[in-house]
Design a protein around this ligand. Sequence first.
Ligand code: ADP
Ligand code: GN1
Ligand code: MG
Length: 544
Amino acid sequence: MSERSLLILGAGGFGQMVYETARLTGQYDRIAFLDDAAKDSRVVGKCVDHPGLVGEYRCAVAALGDNGQRLKWTKELLAAGYGVPSIVHPSAVVSPSAGMGPGCFVMQRAVVNTHVQLGMGVLVNSGAIVDHDSTVGDGAHIGLGSVVKANCQIEPQRRVEAGEVIFAARRRIDGADSRELVDALYAFGFGNRCSYVKPFGAGHINETYAVYMPAESGEEELAYVLQRVNKYVFKNPAHVMENIFGITEYLRQSIRAAGGDPDRGTLSYIKTRAGENYYEDAKGLPWRCYNYIPDSVCYQAVERPEQFYQSARSFGRFLKQLGDYPADTLHETIPHFHDTEHRYADFERALHRDVRDRARSCRPEIAFVEAHRDDCGHLMQQLHSGQLPLRVTHNDTKLNNILFDGATGEGICVIDLDTIMPGLAANDYGDSIRFGASTAAEDERDLDKVHFDLSLFELYTRGYLETAGDVLTEAEKESLAWGAKLMTLECGTRFLTDYLQGDVYFKTQYPTHNLVRARTQFKLVAEMEEQFAAMQAIVRKYSA
Ligand code: ADP
Ligand code: GN1
Ligand code: MG
């Protein structure tokens, strides 16, 4: 018996290719077929005849196109005592680190890359690529010109169609409970390594997740913040992200120029693997990602007065840092965002429609807003008459939109940059006061606990004017106390409007949540009105 003899089961088209290939390898000088139907001088019997030829042919392979048949006969040939080689075309590239079971076929120009494992009776057809670290199960067929990407696992007997591209199966990532979240993690390139994710923060608008990655220390560390942007609120996410990239890149340069650390002084947004500044998931919802700033903390309420003072300095600095930013390049991400008269009109429409029949449950709150109708235009009129300048403002200056240094307690960085738009300094100042100069949470149900705290107001005013005072005009300083009152009125009006509309805008935890929020805001407005003269005197004191 010749050591170089080969029996090929199957003399069809594929068998003929295997025949040619076996000859090209130069490893066989005697090759014959077994086939149940074909008539050919090289066919020496039917497939079932193979046991009788074991003494004549050293090797045998099953060159059958059907995956099940190929695998079945490969096993039979092995059991019968044949050597069952793999036949690899000389033009194929097979990595030295790749492994291959018996009876495989790797055809013309196929590539079997580093650390790939092919099972038994696998067919890698012409021009197919099996990329590194993939495994291919017994009897599978990797079709003509198809691509099996890195780290894939192809099941036994699977047929990968000609030209098909197979992507690696996803790892299970703890905490990633939706397909879209997993897709987003992969889109930003974390999928293969990410340890776990979990909901993060307490914003009212976006879905925010903390992304934990393995660290060099062997621990798992919070490395990134991933957010699904609320598309109901932000109709044009591309514009939001253009603003954010423009602003953060500008801030990085100015922070570096001033000798600061740009990685702590502003957020560093990350592009997707495809180079986009956000990722759109299969449902069309936008996701974006930034580096978590190590040792930073975010407060949901003023725990120590010093924090409020620090936040005032941060927002004051922020206004100044963006003083020369080209405001005309900014998109208006939410039209009429702090146009309080416009907000009043929205409230009237929601009240008129009263789609949830909730108006009867909030008559006093409705009356409060209606009684303040004439106040709404106070600052907008000054803007339109040119008394107040437009600046690049943040427009959402809550305490929880600032990060603090966990070690020093200093305000490090302003976050939540979605609403950066041209606006009034008084609005930024006022929105901080609204949230922070209160003795209770924004959604405190017991109104007896909710008071406007004049000493916190003073502390913030000092911090803000210490940092931004030299750029603000006299008229702007004069407008600050109004900013506090109007931002609080406006926010309460927005909460009430959303309550009337059925909670479509702000995240809520229970049915009257927006109404509860509106009530705290109106209580604060009422107390500000009582102390308005004192507020103005404080602003003047630190304006001098
Ligand atoms: P939203 O528009 O929903 O308020 P934010 O960008 O403000 O979105 O993020 C929501 C919340 O997530 C923040 O208020 C804060 O509590 C938390 N958060 C976001 N980024 C960080 C961070 N880098 N460090 C700590 N907390 C953060
Ligand atoms: C929202 O996104 P977040 O939670 O930081 C809202 C602000 C409101 C605030 C009230 C884009 O802020 O305008 O003042 O809730 N942001 C947007 O807490 O509408
Ligand atoms: Mg926020």
